[in-house]
Design a binder for this molecule. Structure first.
Ligand SMILES: [Zn+2]
Length: 223
C-alpha cells in the first residue's frame, strides 16, 4: 500500500499490521507536499524506523498537474531520497512530464536500495536511463489503453530483472475495466498485455514480477 501523506502513511502501516502479507510505504506525494518541512521528514523517519515499512514514497515530480511549485516538489523529493538512503529503503517515484528532472535528482540523491519508477509512461528510449541508475520500472493499467503504444514499447524494453506491474488503485483500471474504481483483482489484465508485448507466457511474467517485487521490497519468502 502506497502512502500519499502522513495520514495515509499511518493508515498503510495499520492495515499492514492487520493483514499479513500486506506491506506499507511512507511518504508525501508531490501533489500534497505543500506544507512539507523538516517536521514532516522527522515524522516519516519515525514511522519508517519503528514499523515494518518497505519503501519511502510515493515521491517525485509532477509538472503536469503542477499542484505544488516545482522548487517545493524538488525539495520534498530530495528529502525523501535522503530519508530512503538513511534507512536503506527503496523509493517509489512518481513522475509526470518531469523525466529529465527526476533523472537529474536521482543521479545526485538515489541510495543503494534503489527504487521503482511507478506507473511508467516514458518513451521506450528513456527506459535505459533509469535502469542504468539502478531502478525498477513498473507498469500500471495505462499499458492496456488503446493509444498507449509508446508505453507498451517501453514495457518490452525493460530488462526482466527490473520489471514490475502494479494497480495504482483506485486509478487507472486496465482495459476492459477502464473507468471503474481500480483494484488488485484487475491486475491480470495488465499482466496479459505486458506478457504479450514481451512474448512470454502470463505465468512466466507473473513469476518474474512477483520475484522482482519481493526482492526490491525485501519481503519475507512466501510460505
Ligand atoms: Zn503516482
Amino acid at each position: 500500500m502506497v502512502a500519499t501523506d502522513l495520514a495515509t502513511s499511518k493508515r498503510a502501516i495499520a492495515i499492514g499490521q492487520d493483514f499479513p502479507g500486506w506491506y506499507a510505504t511512507v511518504g508525501v506525494h508531490p501533489h500534497d507536499c505543500g506544507g512539507f518541512d523538516s517536521t514532516t521528514v522527522a515524522a516519516l523517519h519515525e514511522l519508517a524506523k519503528v514499523n515494518d515499512v518497505k519503501a519511502i514514497g510515493e515521491t517525485g515530480l509532477d509538472f503536469y498537474r503542477d499542484h505544488q511549485p516545482p522548487a517545493l516538489q524538488e525539495r520534498a523529493f530530495r528529502a525523501h531520497c535522503r530519508l530512503a538512503a538513511d534507512l536503506d529503503l527503496p523509493i517509489v517515484i512518481h513522475q509526470r512530464e518531469s523525466l529529465d528532472d527526476v533523472e537529474r535528482v536521482l543521479g545526485e540523491e538515489l541510495g543503494s536500495a534503489g527504487g521503482v519508477m511507478h506507473s511508467f509512461t516514458g518513451p521506450p528510449e528513456s527506459v535505459q536511463r533509469f535502469v542504468d541508475l539502478g531502478l525498477h520500472i513498473s507498469f500500471s493499467g495505462i499499458v492496456t489503453f488503446k493509444k498507449a503504444d509508446d508505453v507498451r514499447a517501453a514495457a518490452a524494453e525493460v530488462p526482466a530483472d527490473r520489471l514490475l506491474i502494479e494497480t495504482d488503485a483506485p486509478y487507472l483500471a486496465p482495459t476492459p475495466k477502464r473507468g471503474r474504481r481500480n483494484e488488485p483483482a484487475y491486475l491480470p489484465h495488465t499482466a496479459a498485455v505486458v506478457a504479450a508485448v514481451r512474448n512470454v507466457s502470463v505465468s512466466s511474467l507473473c513469476a518474474t514480477t512477483t520475484h522482482n517485487a519481493r526482492e526490491l521490497f525485501r519481503c519475507a519468502p512466501l510460505p
